[in-house]
Design a binder for this molecule. Structure first.
Ligand SMILES: [Zn+2]
Length: 136
């Protein structure tokens, strides 16, 4: 069964698109035998595969944040392989210092500046909340 992880990956994919990250090819997989969980493989442009998983024992928000964290690790490696800057999602306040980090805040999974420099963006809504540094 991979329904829940597909829904969660759909949200995270929105943020990959917003950040201009090439999308992985996603294949269902049962590599993760933790119960209850769902897992898939992400395949990059060079065909290398990375397993990511959704822990169904967590709340929806914590599960989504945990999954987004793994997709972020994948994206960083994929961008590095492509010779591109690896700071995804870009922190609007500190675009050259660090990427945003996943966090659960008020029951929502968000991307947040680790230094508290910008308002957290709900995972899946990076594009709608995107601000240029001059807009702050
Ligand atoms: Zn920041």
């Amino acid at each position: 069964m991979t329904h829940a992880i597909e829904v969660a990956l759909g949200l995270i994919t929105e943020d990959l698109v917003a950040g201009g990250v090439p999308l992985p090819r996603i294949e269902p997989s049962t590599w993760q035998d933790w119960e209850p969980s769902e897992s898939v493989m992400l395949f990059g442009a060079d065909g290398s595969g990375t397993g990511v998983w959704l822990d169904l024992g967590l709340s929806q928000a914590h599960g989504l944040a945990h999954l987004a964290d793994q997709v972020q690790d994948w994206a960083v490696e994929e961008l590095a392989r492509l010779g591109r800057p690896t700071n995804w999602p870009v922190c609007a306040a500190h675009p050259t210092n660090h990427p945003l980090r996943t966090l659960v805040e008020d029951g929502r999974a968000v991307w947040a500046c680790p230094a508290g420099g910008t308002a957290p963006l709900p995972i899946g809504e990076v594009s709608s909340g995107e601000k240029r540094p001059s807009d702050r």
